[in-house]
Design a protein. Structure first.
Length: 176
């Protein structure tokens, strides 16, 4: 059987079914197919390496997350402990400051009371034997400096009106 190409030229059977008989073309084709196989193998290796790397990262994450959580909680606990110790030190310092302040305030109060006691002693010593002057001061205090004031003097006994003095002594008829 004879085969013809589109121009009407007779071709060999090998050429008619698409097999190139040119030795240079066959070598190039084999080289290209070899390169394609090498490239396909490299892609397959890279894909497998990527998958293994991804699996390794996932495994590392599954192992590392719980370890990290434990480490993180430990650090948080240490932080809380340090904060509590700091707060305790501040509270102790404040308590000591309050104690010192109270002691100083007490000493100041004692000093003031001693001053008042000395002043009272001086006043008491100066008033001994001055009954007339004290009565004058009492009258001035009762009468006051206001001239429009009306003062009624009621005779008393122990600063109680005489009419009322008997009632407190158990005499029921004294207040009538």
């Amino acid at each position: 059987m004879k085969y013809f190409d589109e121009n009407g030229k007779e071709v060999k059977v090998v050429q008619a079914i698409g097999i190139d008989t040119d030795p240079d073309a066959t070598a190039e084709k084999a080289e290209a197919e070899g390169k394609a196989k090498v490239y396909a193998k490299a892609v397959a290796r890279a894909t497998i390496a990527g998958f293994v790397l991804l699996c390794g990262l996932v495994a590392l994450g599954m192992w590392g997350c719980p370890v990290y959580n434990v480490w993180n909680q430990q650090k948080q606990g240490e932080s809380l402990l340090a904060h509590a110790q700091s707060s305790k030190e501040v509270a102790v310092a404040e308590a000591k400051a309050k104690m010192e302040s109270a002691k100083l305030l007490a000493e100041a109060e004692v000093s003031r009371a001693e001053g008042v006691a000395r002043a009272n002693k001086i006043i008491a010593d100066s008033l001994k034997g001055n009954e007339v002057y004290l009565r004058y001061l009492w009258i001035q205090d009762v009468a006051g400096k206001d001239v429009n004031k009306t003062v009624v003097y009621v005779p008393t006994e122990a600063n109680l009106p005489i009419l009322e003095a008997g009632r407190h002594l158990g005499n029921p008829e004294a207040g009538k």
